[in-house]
Design a protein around this ligand. Structure first.
Ligand code: SAM
Length: 364
């Protein structure tokens, strides 16, 4: 059993070149001028969300039943939870596994790994690694095929709610934002050296923020004036000063914080590198279930499944017959699943979740 294997990604292993930032079209939002009433609504929503997690170590698992059901657990199967968090999905998977089943969980966050130590179930193993290292780590464990893989993307409530992690504009704390605090560059490190243009691209592409240029300019001006941005509070203030209109109910810094978090943790690269590994790892009839929390992630998952799935959507006059094309390696299972109104009411953080499911065919 591998416990606490340390293999965090480095910037060198997952390079993100300035030129690799893809253009993402901005969604048409209808921003309006910030009013005192907006600020009040926002504050109330933030209090509601923060009250949900009074215990900084708790995480309310999103789409728990739906995601585990989607895996169609076989009693003696081998399953992977790529995003252990606080183990909500993992525990449910273990409940459905028989004595000979096996669950291997991954998380790049040392606190998530630490929290797994209370799970003494012999069918369970925990690996400290980014999930893009999944195939290599499993091979080291002698596991070449699995019956199901779950990815519940993004960050957990403990990560958001622990001020010192630097993910939230609700607290003033060092601007860290690394899921794996044992390696890599913090958001503050990034802001200390980034160019204005590159920062603008990160905020625009990863935050889908229409005021990206203005925000980047404000951040770099602060830095040039001898006030390098090193805390969440400082960043939130600078962003608020640069954004003249914001979406109702949303803190003006929301999109910038999202963008920096995605950049610092190379979240989209991780996902893009992991999807083909899932395909290679899944045994025939094996299931892949991915929960995304924003359109950038969901687009990668949807596109990958579509590319590997049915080829029946060829135009009628397409000069090649579908049967002559490489045969599908995945079958898309059902439509995207979203949380019920009841779940969203109980856990507002689930509101943007989308679960996509695919099944591996027997095509090599
Ligand atoms: C939304 S939480 C998962 C919650 C979990 N399903 C539960 O029920 O407790 C996401 C977790 O995935 C981890 N994570 C995100 N991206 C990762 C990556 N690329 N590699 C490994 N872990 C990752 C985060 O550290 C976080 O603990």
């Amino acid at each position: 059993m591998i416990k606490g294997v340390n293999s965090a990604p480095t910037k060198a292993s997952l390079p993100l070149k300035e030129t690799s930032l893809k253009e993402v079209s901005l969604k048409k939002a209808s921003p309006k001028k910030a009013s005192a009433q907006d600020a009040l609504i926002l504050e109330k929503q933030q209090i509601a969300v923060s009250e949900l997690s009074t215990n900084p170590n708790s995480h309310i698992t999103v789409l728990l039943d739906e995601a585990v059901q989607a895996l169609t657990i076989k009693a003696d199967g081998v399953y992977v939870d790529g995003t252990f968090g606080r183990g909500g999905h993992s525990r449910k998977i273990l409940e459905q596994l028989g004595a000979n089943g096996r669950l291997i969980a991954f998380d790049r966050d040392l606190k998530a790994v630490e929290s797994s130590k209370e799970m003494t179930d012999p069918r369970f193993s925990m690996v400290h690694s980014h999930f893009a290292g999944m195939q290599a780590k499993l091979a080291e464990m002698g596991v070449l095929k699995v019956d199901g893989i779950l990815l519940d993307l993004g960050i957990s409530s403990p990560q958001i709610d622990e001020a010192s992690r630097g993910f939230s504009f609700r607290y003033d704390a060092p601007l860290d934002m690394r899921m794996d605090q044992s390696s890599g560059q913090t958001a503050a490190d990034f802001l200390a050296t980034v160019t204005e243009q590159y920062l603008g691209e990160v905020i625009k592409n990863y935050g889908e923020e229409r005021f990206a240029k203005q925000i980047a300019r404000a951040v770099i001006t602060e830095r040039n004036d001898g006030r390098a941005i090193t805390t969440t509070g400082q960043l939130a203030k600078v962003v608020a000063g640069a954004v003249t209109r914001f979406e109702p109910g949303q803190n003006p810094a929301t999109r910038t914080f999202q963008a920096l978090r995605i950049y610092v943790n190379q979240e989209l690269e991780e996902l893009s590198l992991t999807m083909p590994q899932c395909l290679a790892l899944l045994a025939p009839k094996g299931r892949l279930a991915v929960i995304s929390f924003h359109s950038l992630e969901d687009r990668i998952v949807k596109q990958f499944i579509r590319d590997q799935a049915n080829r029946d959507d060829l135009p009628a006059n397409f000069p090649v017959r579908a049967a002559d094309l490489p045969q599908p390696k995945l079958v898309n299972i059902g439509k995207a699943i979203k949380p019920s109104a009841k779940e969203i009411k109980l856990n507002p953080r689930s509101r943007s979740a989308v679960l996509r499911v695919a099944e591996r065919t027997n095509i090599a």
